[in-house]
Write a protein that binds this ligand. Structure first.
Ligand SMILES: *Cc1c(COP(=O)(O)O)cnc(C)c1O
Length: 397
């Protein structure tokens, strides 16, 4: 290979929008939980394409599924049926609360559609005035205008107005605010069961059950954004299973197709049916290659893998807690399954990410005080130990 990291970074900086804080390495190849950069350096990948490469790099079964489909037909649009899309919807509905699925290409797009679905549901049911969507502070739903309007982080919204209206925010986990703000005027309550971009922040146990109770009582919809927490990330297929609730609608993306771009909206039949022909669409949505790969992801995400994820998650949690005891710069750790935040006492996240990278570990910083760890769900016990060891070294300095 003639391209070095430095060369590729220099070319990128000339021609790409400069909207990312890209790390100064280019990844050329991956295998399992490891990736190699353009200079040949090997890394343990504990961010996995931001929780997308859910079953590891170059997973043989996913490659086989993609290749087989590639040689058949790689796109048709939704003017015609394609078999992998139907098969994936069968998998998803058999293993969730939902009756029907709409496919799109990303998390933001899935949330965009989920918002449209909720608004249209009340229009079709004779209450067009019911537009208010109650959202959470510190949430993250994506960068398109509707998803951004639902995102409770002013820093992402500023400078892009006017945003669509009708979104109201309460503190995530605040049961009193929830009680005070859900009523007969509420269109929907929209939230992540656990907030990923807020640094894997969990609500108090009673919060999601109360969202369920109040939305049901007032005829509003409960919309769950499982873009990051779904697809086995927490050691159950859906994050909401931990809280003993089922939503009316949920959005998926990130890990659904093992790193291929795919998003989905899952809903109960009486809600899904309001989107009649012409009301919503996506040209690439349900692309045969992405959905064929996602079927292979669903087949591999069986009970054995889900309990392995829980075991590896506990191992990781214990390891991180152990680091905390030795290092006063570490404030704590939190999360579920293979989805953890390491909390720092000082503004060190950027530096720690760089130091870990030099030591051969990829993790990601959220703000300056949280490190996010979201490895492939297939990560092994020895690799978890390696991750903890390198983080310990990176934060020791
Ligand atoms: C990443 C993410 C999104 C946005 O997904 P994109 O594919 O980047 O549009 C939305 N919601 C949550 C919870 C996410 O983590």
């Amino acid at each position: 290979m003639t391209h070095s990291n430095q060369e590729l970074a220099a070319r990128a900086q000339k021609v790409l929008f400069q909207n990312y804080r890209t790390q100064p390495i280019a990844l050329l190849r991956g295998e399992g939980s490891f990736v190699w950069d353009a200079d040949g350096k090997k890394y343990l990948d504990c961010i996995g394409g931001i929780a997308t490469v859910s079953l590891g790099h170059a997973n043989k079964k996913l490659i086989a599924a993609a290749q087989a489909q590639l040689e058949q037909i790689w796109h048709a649009s939704n003017l015609y049926y394609t078999e992998p899309q139907i098969r994936l919807a069968e998998h998803l509905t058999q293993r969730s609360f939902a009756d029907r699925v709409f496919f799109c290409n990303s998390g933001a797009e899935a949330n965009e559609g989920m918002i449209k679905l909720a608004r249209h549901f009340h229009v079709v049911n004779g209450q067009p005035e019911r537009v208010e969507i109650l959202c959470m502070e510190n949430s993250f739903h994506g960068r398109t205008m509707g998803a951004l309007a639902a995102t409770g982080q002013p820093k992402y919204q500023q400078g892009f107005g006017p945003l669509p209206g009708g979104f109201k925010f309460i503190k995530f986990g605040d049961v009193d605010a929830l009680r005070a703000n859900v009523g007969p005027h509420t269109c929907a309550v929209m939230l992540e069961p656990v907030q990923g971009e807020a640094g894997v922040l969990m609500p108090p146990k009673e919060f999601l059950p109360l969202v369920r109770e109040l939305t049901t009582k007032y005829g509003a919809l409960m919309l769950l954004d499982e873009v990051q927490g779904g697809m086995g990330r927490t050691g159950k297929l859906w994050c909401h299973e931990w809280f003993g609730v089922t939503p009316d609608v949920m959005s998926l993306a990130k890990g659904i197709a093992g790193g291929m771009p795919l998003g989905a909206i899952l809903a109960k039949d009486h809600i899904a049916k309001v989107l009649t022909p012409g009301t919503h669409a996506s040209t690439f949505g349900g692309n045969p290659i992405a959905t064929a790969v996602a079927c292979a992801v669903m087949e591999q995400l069986d009970d054995a893998l889900l309990s392995q994820i829980q075991a590896r998650g506990e191992q990781l949690s214990k390891g991180l807690a152990g680091l905390q005891q030795k290092n006063p710069k570490i404030a704590g750790e939190r999360g579920m399954g293979l989805w953890r935040g390491l909390l720092l006492n000082e503004d060190l996240a950027g530096k720690a990410v760089g130091k870990a990278r030099d030591l051969g570990l990829l993790v990601n910083g959220i703000g300056e005080r949280i490190l996010r760890i979201a490895p492939p769900l297939t990560i092994g016990a020895a690799e978890i130990d390696q991750c903890v060891e390198i983080l310990g070294k990176a934060l020791a300095e």
